[in-house]
Each structure stands twice: as C-alpha cells, then as structure tokens.
Design a protein around this ligand. Structure first.
Ligand code: NAD
Length: 359
C-alpha cells in the first residue's frame, strides 16, 4: 500500500492508495474514535457499482450505514442537496463523532465535504474518491464547496478530511473520457513541479491510458505527493498554492462560456495550459520546444489543445477582466518557465493574452 502524508499540523492526514481497498475500509476506520453510525454520501451510478462492497465492508466493522444517495451530476452540488443531507443526518441522529464518507467523484467529494464541514459545526470527513480527477486532485487539499447561481464553488470552506482511502481499481469502470479529463490535472502536476514525473508520463502514457494497475497506482501517488507539498506550504491559498491553477484561468473562462456543457473541466484546463504556455513563450519566459512537449503530451492523452473555433475570443478577455475586478485587481497568470517549474505573474497585459489565444 502506498501512503502519502499531508502535513498540516493538527489537521494532518494520510492518503492511503491500494487496489482492492474498498473491501477493507472498516479495518482502517478502527484507528479513529468514530460513532458507529455514519453517513455515506454517493450517487446511483457509484452506488450501483461499489455500494454493496463498501456497505458490506463497513457493516463488517460494526458500522451502521446511512446512505445519502444524491442524483448524479454537477447540478446537484448545491445547497438544496446539502440541506436534504442535513435532514437525513438529523433524522437518523448522527452525532459529532459520526463520520461523513464521500464515495464518488469530485462532485460527491465537494458536496459531502461541505456537509461534513457544516453539520453540527463540523464532523469527521473521509474521502473515498472513485474518479481519476478525484483521486489525484479534488480529494486532496481540503477545498469543499457547493455551487450557487452566481458561480461554481463559491459557497465553501477549507476543511481537511481525516483520511483519504483510494482504490485505483475503481478507475477500471470509469468512462475513458473521464480518465483523459483527470489526466489533464496529472500532466499539470508534472509541468508545475516535477520534470521527472513529466518524463515518466511521456514514457508511460499508453500504460496509463490503459489503466494498467502499477502505472495507475504510481501516477495517483505521485500526483497526490505533488499536490500535498503545495498545499502544505500554503493551505488556504494566500500565495504559492495558486500554482495549482496553472491552465485554469483560461480553462474556467472556456467552461463558463460554453455553459459547462461542451468540455469536461480537465479538457478546458488542457486548452488553458497550452494557452498559458504560449503566453509564456511570448513573454520570453519559456522555450518553444517546451510548449511543443506540453502540447504533444496533452494531445497524446486525447485532450483538446486548440482554442474552440466557435468561441468569441473577445468574450474570454471580457470574462477575465470581470474576474480581475472581483479577485485582485490585476490579471494574474501561472506561467511555466520550463517543464517542471512555474511562476505566478501579476499584471499580465490584456494584449499579450489576446495574442496568445489568437495564435
Ligand atoms: N475540491 C477541489 O479541490 C476540486 C478540484 C478539482 C475539481 N473539483 C470539483 O470536482 C468536480 C468534478 O469531479 P469529477 O470530474 O470527478 O466528476 P463527477 O464527480 O461528476 O464524476 C464524473 C462521472 O463519473 C461517474 N463515476 C464516478 N466514479 C465512477 C467509477 N469508478 N466508475 C464509473 N463511473 C464513475 C460519476 O457518477 C459521474 O457521472 C467538479 O464539481 C469540480 O468543481 C474540486
């Protein structure tokens, strides 16, 4: 079993990564002083695939499992769904030591984490991520949230789990498009912090796309290590944690302008990473050959790397300008200086961005 420790003083926790983990969850829960009744938040898709296995394993450990079965989809990552989960938790008298377990992708993880962070002012939270994106990204770092009509993820908190139990075997049932979308965040980890890992991805991409066991386990562990290091240094994103947003500035704008329908998050981020890398070349920070490497790996992973032809580039700039007003008053970009390192650049000029996205 691989273990990654996230060192955050009294909020430290471990990410345990092991194929077949879902059969043995309760064995790992014994080390915590939990109440025997718990809330398992999941959706019908994941419940159908893994519910029986997980519930059996928890019951074998003496837990009584209350299932919060939320409809599948981003639309249900909402306060109204959280409220239904609170109602369920109160009706079954869950107490302050009753853990909330998130079994699913990033939607379930963010929603269940938000409920755990607020129910009775906070109860223990465990992530059991089942998508690649959730295993390498959303289950690590403690950002929990629900969406609001005013924007995605804008009602939320920093709330660390007490543990993350990752079973890479769950990826075998995942739609290949979801694997590719998760890979965008994995490739991002290589670009922002670890050239060796990027090289490994270049050499092993076919194994990864085939969800080969050893390669998948290594990739999940490595990505978690990279994210954990960044989060440890800046838990609540006062500065350096922003490097995790590489590719996300333009990526978010593409997602918003296509109304979150045309692209999976990772796909939009892939385009955003290429645009940011081109901007870095324009600004004299990065060699052309490095952009070519990033673009090639993303393409090989089946991810889009060109700006959507039918999308008005002016609207992207307008959206970035609006975010700038809301956030910090300046257009900030995370730009690579080489594969394996990035810098946070403030006051990027609109005309430079326009040039990069018009290429
Ligand atoms: N908290 C963070 O730091 C963070 C970071 C990145 C993204 N996010 C959030 O994550 C969400 C996206 O997460 P996602 O990409 O995992 O999407 P998702 O949770 O919607 O899952 C994608 C689809 O895969 C299905 N699924 C899940 N596991 C499966 C499995 N093992 N086999 C078959 N199907 C399975 C789901 O039911 C769903 O239909 C967004 O809401 C985003 O805002 C959060």
């Amino acid at each position: 079993m691989a273990e990654v420790k996230v060192e955050l003083k009294e909020r430290s926790y471990k990410i345990y990564i092991q194929p077949g983990f879902l059969n043995n969850l309760s064995g790992f829960m014994d080390s915590f002083n939990f109440s025997r009744r718990l809330l398992l938040v999941t959706n019908p898709t994941v419940l159908g695939l893994y519910g029986e296995k997980v519930i059996k394993s928890l019951e074998a450990g003496g837990f009584e499992v209350v299932v919060g079965n939320v409809p599948d989809g981003e639309a249900y990552k909402a306060l109204s769904t959280a409220e239904k989960l609170y109602d369920l938790a109160f009706s079954r008298e869950l107490d302050r030591r009753s853990p909330v377990i998130a079994l699913g992708g990033g939607v379930i993880g963010d929603l269940a984490g938000f409920v755990a962070s607020t129910y009775l002012r906070g109860v223990p939270f465990i992530q059991v991520p089942t998508t690649l994106l959730a295993q390498v990204d959303s289950s690590v770092g403690g950002k929990v949230a629900v969406n609001h009509p005013a924007g995605k993820n804008i009602i939320g908190a920093f709330y660390q789990p007490v543990a993350v139990f990752t079973d890479p075997e769950t990826l075998l049932t995942l739609d290949p498009r979801e694997i590719r979308a998760g890979l965008a965040e994995v490739i991002k980890c290589g670009v922002i912090a670890d050239a060796g890992f990027f090289n490994w991805l270049e050499d092993n991409l076919e194994r990864v796309l085939g969800v080969e066991a050893a390669a998948t386990e290594y990739l999940v562990e490595k990505s978690c290590c990279i994210k954990a290091e960044v989060v440890q240094a800046d838990e609540t994103e006062q500065g350096q944690r922003a490097i995790l947003n590489f590719g996300h500035t333009v990526g978010h704008a593409i997602e918003a302008l296509t109304e979150y329908r045309a692209y999976r998050h990772g796909e939009a981020v892939a385009i955003g990473m290429v645009m940011a890398a081109r901007l870095a070349v324009d600004l004299g920070m990065l060699k052309n050959s490095e952009v070519a490497r990033i673009e090639k790996l993303l393409s090989r992973a089946g991810l889009p790397v060109t700006f959507p032809a039918n999308l008005d580039r002016e609207r992207i700039i307008a959206l970035l300008r609006r975010d700038k007003k809301v956030i910090s008053g300046s257009l900030t970009f995370v730009l690579p200086t080489a594969v394996g390192s990035v810098e946070i650049i403030k006051d990027v000029k609109e005309r430079d961005i326009a040039r990069a996205i018009n290429l």
